[in-house]
Design a protein. Structure first.
Length: 452
């Protein structure tokens, strides 16, 4: 059994209904969590504490009466049965569940005497040792209820744990719970189909931008998702440094594509993400830069949404802007550039379109080309034929943000000479802003710059 199969078994093994309960040998207050049906409750008290309990009962559609000499106006607005009088033993006759929210010892003593005579469940608010039952912090998803209890020790703790649980429970669970109730009412019980539906609901894909390469440029959210993911699917541009943050036991697969090296087609990648999500995994699809800037993130998200898979997009620092910045080249500058164009050197199915070349003739403009190194010869030829000036400043930034980052600067006519020495991945920058490289690059003196 591989790691992924173990994860599924551990998370979704619904055949095993046993629970691992960690207890102290000295702990003697044992409780049994149950749901009571068709219950009627008496709430004694009319102040702020009683109001809090009344709101909980009301929110859960529980029938209850209130008795107290004085009643908070907010309680009166709840629209429940209220008896304004001093509590007496006879008032408890038709109730087997009573909540004492008075803080009055006289009331608790009366309840203790009643309990000696007949069955009675009592909750004395804020005195857990005298309680026969406790309130839990509830999450309600239709007919599915999740209760968290500390046996009355700390409502604050139970609420905090409840809120954390809420973060990982998908909203669709409410709809599924209602569906399963209808099926049972119609004598339909399909365990295997239910297991499958549960896994699909809990499966989710995060399409994560990982920035230019160095882990220092990850967003905090990206880092958290990488650390929590069950499965990581990454491109070649995602570095080992970033992958090292994956949790122990998580599975890591390279599904990258680069020139002459396609492990998976885009269709294959889509299907792999879908299969893992349907199996209930938290999948992190890691991409270099930003997933929506020539990263096919939009295509992948669209595919998953069309297949009813929960998707969350995590933006990344695009190399289109971070690579020039790390080379001391600001894409905009009031003295050099009032606009930017970001171009891909390679379109869908390898299609090349060089109409953008005319942007290089535009004054006060910066043109940034991603994945352009492999078509450097065509860019040069097309540019010269269209009248791009030979002395247009040019920079190529290779391996931006990594230990082996190199910056090459020259002019448009020297594009081929530069490209022969530059490694992929690389970002091409055309425009007068490149002139600022020598002045600003000392801030990044730990990198290597080459001038031609």
């Amino acid at each position: 059994m591989n790691i992924i199969q173990k994860i599924i078994k551990n998370i979704f093994n619904l055949e095993n209904n046993t629970q691992d309960i960690v207890t102290s040998k000295k702990y003697s207050n044992r409780t049994l969590p149950v749901l009571l049906k068709d219950h009627k409750i008496l709430l004694i008290g009319g102040g702020k504490v009683a109001l809090q309990k009344a709101k909980v009962l009301k929110a859960n559609n529980i029938e209850f009466d209130i008795i107290s000499m004085t009643i908070n106006d907010d309680i009166k607005s709840l629209g429940v049965k209220i008896i304004e009088k001093r509590f007496e033993e006879k008032d408890a006759r038709q109730f087997n569940i009573i909540i004492d929210a008075t803080g009055n010892k006289e009331v608790s003593d009366i309840l203790a005497e009643i309990k000696k005579k007949r069955f009675l469940l009592i909750n004395i608010v804020d005195i857990p040792e005298e309680c026969n039952f406790y309130f839990s912090s509830l999450l309600i998803y239709n007919n599915l209820k999740i209760a968290v209890s500390s046996d009355g020790a700390s409502p604050t703790l139970t609420q905090a744990v409840r809120d954390k649980i809420k973060e990982i429970i998908p909203e669709q669970i409410s709809e599924l719970a209602g569906k399963k109730l209808k099926e049972r009412n119609n004598n339909i019980v399909n365990i295997e189909e239910t297991k499958k539906e549960i896994k699909e609901i809990f499966g989710k894909v995060y399409i994560v931008g990982c920035g230019p390469g160095s882990a220092e440029y990850l967003t905090i959210k990206a880092l958290r998702i990488i650390r929590e993911a069950d499965v990581i699917l990454h491109d070649f541009l995602v570095t080992e440094e970033i992958l090292s943050f994956a949790k122990e036991g998580g599975e890591i697969f390279c599904v990258g594509k680069e020139k002459g090296h396609h492990l998976f087609s885009q269709d294959d990648i889509n299907k792999v993400m879908l299969q893992f999500a349907k199996a209930g995994y938290k999948v992190a699809r890691l991409k270099g830069g930003d997933p929506f800037i020539f990263g096919r993130g939009g295509e992948e998200a669209e595919y998953l949404i069309n297949n009813n898979i929960a998707v969350e997009i995590v933006p990344g620092i695009t190399s289109a802007f971070s690579a020039p910045l790390l080379a001391g080249i600001p894409p905009t500058h009031r003295d050099y550039s009032s606009g930017i164009s970001v171009i891909t050197g390679c379109g869908k199915y390898g299609k090349k379109d060089f109409d953008w070349i005319d942007l290089l003739k535009k004054e006060d403009h910066t043109t940034i080309v991603l994945m352009g190194l492999k078509c450097a010869e065509e860019i040069l030829q097309e540019g010269l034929s269209r009248g791009v000036r030979h002395d247009l400043p040019l920079a190529i930034i290779s391996n931006a943000s990594k230990y082996n980052q190199r910056v090459f600067t020259s002019t448009f006519s020297q594009l081929l000479k530069i490209s022969d020495n530059a490694e992929r991945p690389a970002v091409l920058v055309f425009g007068n802003v490149v002139k600022l490289h020598e002045k600003l690059y000392p801030a990044f003196a730990d990198k290597t710059a080459v001038k031609f």
